[in-house]
Design a protein around this ligand. Structure first.
Ligand code: GLC
Length: 440
């Protein structure tokens, strides 16, 4: 081969490092920004935000599907409230988002300490939050808000320096093309939509879902991913999850996506990285049937974040905006509370890793970063905190984050004993969890 030929071949290989196979795609590491970010916000918003109703333990974004069960709670609610003749599609004009202020949302996100946002660009109902040509008259620009919700939000979020990407439901419950011919659906609808999202907005994350009907070769997922990484205008450090076909979860793709727990023990995706997703109550979409007692407290949500980070994962915590475009106050408050804690203790969270030798302690979680170990106490330890001495640390120094004065430390029998400072309750730098930094 000529030198020129060789040059072109090498250049082409450099430009297209991934083959459309799982063997090749699974070698791609999760971009570092994602592993460091730890805390993201999930947003479920769509036509289902109009009825915004489900049984207390149900996903309200499944309203259309749950309506089909004529003995179920959702149908009873629907018939009584809107009448038996009222179609799910009739909700679309009522989705107006008239109070939607993407800058205000982005402000709250920044204050929450979250580092990235994942918005439902399209859920299983098929309604698109962007002007998708493939979803003519079933998208937020043609009907309802008459606004590019996905585009306006990503602009505002990027302006504040946070990352953002899209959830995208691969399947659609009632799309006639999907029901008639899945291959045509993939060719003419799904792949064009996914590519359109990428080329229009250059999202930082692609978060598919609704993959369970078919294996990834039917969805042509590896072909899409090779295109995404090699050719598309997405950022080079775009992140993807593991929901690419019914055989994929915990096996193929970028990071695993447990939902209310459920990472099979010892069966982690190549990088070991996972992102736990949960609502603040049970539902992802706004559920008007959930009252304040259904929402976890700020303390519970923080403990959920801390526990996941100590095990090497991220938390994607969901909010469900209303049809008029507001983030419900209780959700804003939870986000602000988390942000207040993270402003003091973020050092123990962002960019941290699990402490591999961490002892199992009921009320303490551990992370590590550089030569430091962080003991995150889920409740105040009393007069002293006693933990196993980190191997090879030498003389241990200890500090209470937010208080920032050295604490008295003694060492006996492989244990470190840290004397708690005597503090007035009003002098506490934070509530809900207390972080002690140990370093040489
Ligand atoms: C699920 C559900 C859904 C929710 C989601 C979040 O598979 O179908 O309603 O969007 O996953 O992880």
């Amino acid at each position: 081969m000529s030198t020129l030929g060789l040059f072109f071949m090498t250049a082409a290989m450099a430009a297209e490092p991934y083959q459309p196979t799982w063997e090749s795609l699974d070698t791609r590491p999760n971009p570092q920004w994602f592993e460091d970010a730890k805390f993201g916000i999930f947003i479920h918003w769509g036509v289902y935000s109009v009825p915004a109703w489900g049984a207390k333990d149900a996903y309200a974004e499944w309203y259309w599907n749950h309506m089909q069960d004529k003995n179920g709670a959702t149908w009873k609610f629907h018939e009584k409230t809107y009448g038996a003749d009222f179609q799910y599609q009739d909700f679309a004009p009522m989705f107006k988002a008239e109070l939607f202020d993407p800058d205000q949302w982005a402000d709250i996100f920044v204050k929450s300490g979250a580092k990235y946002i994942v918005l439902t660009s399209k859920h299983h109902e098929g309604f698109c939050l962007w002007p998708s040509a493939q979803s003519w008259n079933w998208n937020a620009v043609d009907v309802g808000p008459h606004r590019d919700l996905a585009g306006d939000l990503i602009k505002a979020v990027h302006n504040k320096g946070l990352r953002m990407g899209y959830y995208y439901s691969i399947y659609e419950w009632y799309n006639p093309l999907y029901k008639a011919d899945v291959n045509r659906y993939v060719d003419e609808h799904m792949l064009p939509q996914l590519k359109d999202l990428v080329e229009r907005y250059q999202p930082d994350i692609i978060w598919p879902d609704g993959e369970w009907d078919h294996p990834s070769d039917v969805w042509r997922s590896t072909e899409f991913l090779a295109w995404l990484f090699n050719e598309s205008s997405a950022p080079k450090d775009v992140v993807v999850n593991d929901r690419w076909g019914k055989e994929c979860r915990n096996v193929h793709g970028g990071f695993a996506t447990p939902e209310y727990g459920g990472i099979p023990e010892g069966k982690l995706i190549q990088s070991g990285h996972f992102e736990e997703c949960q609502g603040m109550g049970k539902s992802f979409g706004y559920n008007r049937n959930e009252d304040a007692t259904c929402y976890r407290s700020a303390k519970e949500l923080l403990h959920l974040l801390i526990d996941n980070v100590s095990r090497g994962g991220n938390l994607l915590l969901d909010i469900g905006p209303t049809a008029d475009g507001r983030i419900p106050d209780i959700m804003q408050q939870r986000l602000l509370d988390m942000g207040e804690w993270l402003a003091v203790n973020g050092e123990a969270i962002y960019g941290a890793e699990p402490w591999q030798d961490a002892p199992k302690m009921d009320q303490v979680r551990f992370t590590s970063k550089g030569d430091a170990i962080y003991a995150i106490c889920l409740k105040w330890p009393g007069s002293e905190l006693v933990i196993d001495k980190p191997a090879g640390m030498g003389a241990v120094k200890a500090m209470f984050l937010g208080h920032n004065q050295p604490l008295a430390v003694s060492e006996t029998g492989g244990k470190v004993r840290i004397q708690m400072p005597i503090l007035d309750i009003d002098q506490m730098p934070c509530r809900h969890a207390y972080v002690f930094k140990l370093n040489p």
